[in-house]
Design a protein around this ligand. Sequence first.
Ligand SMILES: Cc1cc2nc3c(=O)[nH]c(=O)nc-3n(C[C@H](O)[C@H](O)[C@H](O)COP(=O)(O)OP(=O)(O)OC[C@H]3O[C@@H](n4cnc5c(N)ncnc54)[C@H](O)[C@@H]3O)c2cc1C
Length: 431
Amino acid sequence: MAISGRLDIAATGYPYWWDATPLVDPGGTVLPGEVDVVVIGAGWTGLSAALTLARAGRDVLVLEANAPGSGGSTRNAGAFGNNLRASLSRLIERYGESTALDLAQTAQHAFAFSKNLIESEQIDCDLQDLGRLTCAYHPVHYESMAREAELVQRVLGVDCRMLTAAELRGELGTDQYHGAELKESSYVMHPGKYLLGLLERCRSAGVTILGDTPVTQLHRGEKEVVTSRGKVRAKEILVATNAYTGDFLPELKRKLIPTGANIIVTEALEESLMRAVLPRERMAIDTRRIYRAFRPTPDGKRLLFAGRSSDPRRGPQHNGEILRKQMVDLFPMLANTELSHSWGGYVGFTFDYLPHLGELDGVHYAMGLNAAGASMAPYLGNQIALRMLGQRDDDGLLERFEFKSWPFYSGEPWFLPYVLALYRLLDKLGR
Ligand SMILES: Cc1cc2nc3c(=O)[nH]c(=O)nc-3n(C[C@H](O)[C@H](O)[C@H](O)COP(=O)(O)OP(=O)(O)OC[C@H]3O[C@@H](n4cnc5c(N)ncnc54)[C@H](O)[C@@H]3O)c2cc1C
């Protein structure tokens, strides 16, 4: 299946998560003539919004270019965090202490909302509290992380502490890092099961979901949505396409920087080998700009290893090999380990690293998850839905920030290879 315009999802590999939860063809091919709300994009954001709207009595149609969930929402690593992409000190630097704290609280609300959604809807998605290590790639990173850890502990009351390089050896089977920050409580989950749970709740609430139905044009004045299957009129339209936002809405496309990220999963490992790699079975990420992140799969038998290798369109073979080398460099005991899966996807970065929601010329939008959508995306979907219903329950904080782009930027990030080359250099220099 081809995605609207630019991004070809099918060529980017088969995620491990799809073994347990294969993508579902929602069935149905007939577009209704008119509905209350059309939601474009069936990921976590769009489905969460659809659920809230349908339960408030709206007639909701979700249109998805491929299969529901085939975008970022089932292509990620499953880290379920409670913070924004930018650190608290960076937020304070940029917006001042009061706004920075409000933003950090919003991320905590998002986490609480999404965790409650999983629990109250009884979505069985292997939610596990593994704790999280952020590993210092350079001694300078350790120092700045220690200052940040002290700040978030003092100001937000988050339970985290620093581990020296020697202490870290009890946590990770590598000696490449100069210590780490450990958050004792931090969650991971199974993204495919999470998506499927939302999809099923939407269906039970009466939402119509059409897959393989790319939206090609919006006639905003007439509130008409043009798709590959024909046209549908809607009282309201919500765009929830994040990194995959295409040419049907160029004003939004140019506000996002779709950035490739890739993941590999190993074959099932001997218990002793798994224990040698991740003795405490934690989730971990490092402080390189071209980061590496890893976690055990929910059954504890395989290592999932994520990073930015190169454009996902170069294919799972090419990108998997790059990541495999990085994995073996970090964990030499995996030199003879085979991979079972390799895939890629696009992360939707924004120019200010904040998520955004609002209205643009009569069209609602919620997007810009900056690789931290597991808890934020369902929250953002719910918040935009409440806004559409005139029932919002936050103070509109995220809407206060202009959703910026760059002059002459059209949404095709031609500059990324140069940025990544610079990042590689800075990583080498430890800057
Ligand atoms: C490799 C990778 C690892 C990641 N790891 C993590 C992680 O560990 N933790 C975390 O919190 N986040 C992670 N993320 C980010 C996370 O996946 C996203 O933030 C999240 O999935 C965004 O959800 P969404 O519903 O907004 O967008 P998506 O799930 O991308 O959904 C958008 C949908 O819109 C559809 N669409 C696009 N154009 C059209 C059109 N014209 N017509 C109809 N439909 C259209 C797409 O097909 C897609 O299904 C990762 C992302 C990647 C790629």
